[in-house]
Write a protein of this length. Sequence first.
Length: 454
Amino acid sequence: MQNLIFKTVLIIALATFLSCADGREFDMRKNNCTTDISANITFDELDALVQDDVIQIQDDLMLEGYVISSDRAGNFFGVLYLQDALSNPSKGIQLEIDLRESHLWFPEGSKVLVKLKDLYLGKRGSNIRIGSVFSSFGNLSIGRLPSGKVFDHLFVSCDEQGPPEPLITTIPEIEELPSNILVQLDGIEFEEDILDETYAVAQEETERTLLDCEENEITLLNSGYADFQDELLPESNGTLTAILTKDGDTPQLIIRTLEDVNFTEERCPEIITEFTSNQIFISEMADPDNNSSARFVELYNSTSEPLDLNLWTLRRYTNDNTEVSSTIDLSGLIVGPESTLVISPNAAEFELVYGFAPDLGVSTNSPADSNGDDNLELVDPFGTVIDVFGIVGEDGSGTNHEFEDGRAVRNLDILDGNPVYTFSEWTIFNDSGEAGTTDLPQNAPEDFTPGQRE
């Protein structure tokens, strides 16, 4: 009779469980909460205990924090993230535990108390970690607290709880924030090259790159075991809520579920950094008679706005060559309004001679290292020749574009580049005086004005 009653009770209990369960989406387990435990250490004070090596906490310390992670969707495993407040947190920690479905006992937003005595404490970069310990090559490392020990150290408070409020931030600001806190970023999107990819490769931890509209980027880290692993990345722009972690000092984001991804807006407009303008041109070229190492080329921006030279190039045709002999990529340089940009093939010698560093130091035999009979072209990102010095295919010796042992300087009334060499735009000094040029060799530094349009 007793055996029959036991079987009947077991069947009823099993039926009740199955009627409530749907995979992992079943009712939250009802836990006993505690009212008789209070904290006696803060997150900052815990951080102050960190040493270079992993240590075991010996004192009767109790830490109070709020759960911000969840393993409900499988993107977290064996870890709880706690921060020191439901909103505007100043610190967070990573608690390693060997407990599956931890969200049933420690749901997001719940206030928990952590009994720290006998736990181990360590730090990786700015990431505070607590848990058990294991030895690797003689060094102690933080490991997962065994499931049988979890409830000896973690207690849910009976205090009223609520959803944690993410700290609103931006990608540039995120490096200054503490690890292991909940953040929100607006106006971000996945990089275009991966829009046909899923959140993660099956059974592999996968990094996906997020960008803002200024092309600042940050990594989203996804588990290959997450419920949403095979979902395609959204193509639109929007808001992301995630836990901020740091690999060393490198920020990374981890979402809890796809509910943290709210991408419903239009993608960022394309940023066009390439432009063309005929108001940047070659303004001076130098081949000093007394010091060939003090050669330089100067460019001038005649506009009232700074110009970004992304993908612009300066190229040289040596002597009568019709093929480009050498090229300088000007990407990364910005010429200020009504200002010059000076390029030297010997930056150390240039600074010694002229008393200041060039804007760009390049190699010898480059376009900035002409001996006075070569031809130069300034080319925009679209391949259009904006300005020239000399005539490609014609050796400059004995012509009106020779500046050997001298100087070629653009006349001050010239404010635009010219793709056709025009001698009347230039004043040219050399050691021959041929074809209307001035036979007057120039010495550095007194006969040159790098960095000044005069």
